[in-house]
Each structure stands twice: as C-alpha cells, then as structure tokens.
Design a protein around this ligand. Structure first.
Ligand code: PGA
Length: 223
C-alpha cells in the first residue's frame, strides 16, 4: 500500500493569498507523485477554495442549532475524504473527551468519511472506538502522535514508535493503516516507514514549508 502523507496545517496560513501560494507550490511539485497518497488537511474556510481531501475536525450531530460547528455531511458534500479526529490540541484546548471523539468517529463513518484518529496512549483506543465494528475499521486510520513529539522538534525514536505501532495493531486485531505524527521532517520521514513499519505520516510544522513537505513525500515515495 502507498504511504499516506497527511499534512496537518492546523490554524495556518493566515491569509487566502498565502494559503493559495503554499497549496499551489505543493501541488505543482507533486503532480506526478504516484507512490504516495497525499492529503492536505486545511482549515475549514479554505476547503471549498482549494478542493483538498482532508479536514481537521467535524461535529457529531447531523444538523441544527450548533453554532460554529461543521457536520460530516457538509464535509462530504465538499468532496472531503479524510478527517482528523481527536488531535491532542483539540483534546487540550477544546477539552474534547473520549466520549466526544467517539461520537465524531461514528458520525464520520456513517457519512463515509475516513477518520484519522489521533492517539498518544493505547488506553484511548478502547474509549474512542467504543461501539465501532470491525467491519467499520476498514476506513479507519490511526495516527500515533506522542505528546512530547508534537511541535517540539523532538521526534519519537523510531524503535519506540514501532513498539507502539505493534501494540496498536494487536489491540485492534485487524490490519489497519497506522501513521506516525510528531516532529516529522525530511530527515526522519523514511525511518518511520522503512524501519518502524508505519503506513504513513502526519507532519504538522513541516507541511507548511513547501520544499520540506515535498522532500518528505519524495523520500518516502522512493522506499
Ligand atoms: P508537528 O505536528 O509535525 O509540528 O510535530 C504534528 C501534529 O500535530 O499532527
């Protein structure tokens, strides 16, 4: 399977002009990349303009009086395929609980979206995936994102990340895609795929620098 490279732009860039500039320089250079699947998770406001495949969050209710929220149907209607759910920054700043994350995962699956569930502890898996059937795991992606590695410039040693990947796989009893995130850059990207056996990466900071992001894609594509 091709590695899945998910760019998490978070709350960046700040203007539409800068967003288009970043997007176009990435797009131009990855046009012929066939050996990796690239998903850009842009902020909601830019989704219909860029027509990317990824979003950074969703709400669990179908519709109605939920000011500021975005439904899975709205995302699907825009052509979104993947949605990040349970990122540690949302768990921290928006106080998202495992219960809320579980509802979001289910809502995404019902709508036919592929949730990218971010965890940093094995214990979160059971709570976040409560009531999700093995059959539904088909479209699920798990992102192992150790808290200490996120935005810190201190990536997780690949051997340690690999141990977590194996534990996640064992716990879920089904082969699903597991990606690594946390200070991924063009230097370490390949190690997580080749040495630690991940099926993809979730770069944050590095995905905002066009050249660096392209290098990540090229480095894992060659493997
Ligand atoms: P980082 O972010 O690559 O900047 O560490 C990763 C993430 O938060 O998903």
């Amino acid at each position: 399977m091709k590695p899945l490279i998910v760019a998490n732009w978070k709350m960046n860039p700040q203007t539409l002009a800068d967003t288009k500039k970043l997007f176009n320089s990435v797009k131009k250079r990855i046009k012929d990349t066939k050996k990796a699947e690239v998903v850009i998770c842009a902020p909601f406001v830019f989704l219909p303009i860029l027509k990317v495949k990824g979003a950074q969050d969703c709400f669990w209710e179908e519709k109605g009086a939920y000011t500021g929220e975005i439904s899975t149907k709205m995302l699907k209607d825009l052509g979104i395929e993947y949605v990040i759910i349970g990122h540690s920054e949302r768990r921290k700043y928006q106080k998202e609980t495992d219960e809320m994350i579980n509802k979001k995962i289910k809502a995404a699956i019902v709508e036919g979206l592929k949730p990218i569930l971010c965890i940093d502890k094995i214990s979160q898996l059971e709570r976040d995936l409560k009531g999700v059937s093995l059959k539904e795991f088909r479209n699920l992606i798990i992102a192992y994102e150790p808290l200490f590695a996120i935005g810190s410039g201190q990536p997780c040693p690949p051997e340690k990340a690999e141990r977590m990947r194996i534990l996640i796989q064992k716990k879920l009893k089904k082969r699903i895609r597991i990606v690594y995130g946390g200070s991924v850059n063009s230097q370490n990207a390949k190690e997580y795929i080749e040495k630690a056996g991940f099926q993809g990466l979730l770069p944050g900071g590095a995905s905002l620098k066009a050249k660096e992001f392209i290098k990540i894609i090229k480095n894992v594509s060659r493997s």
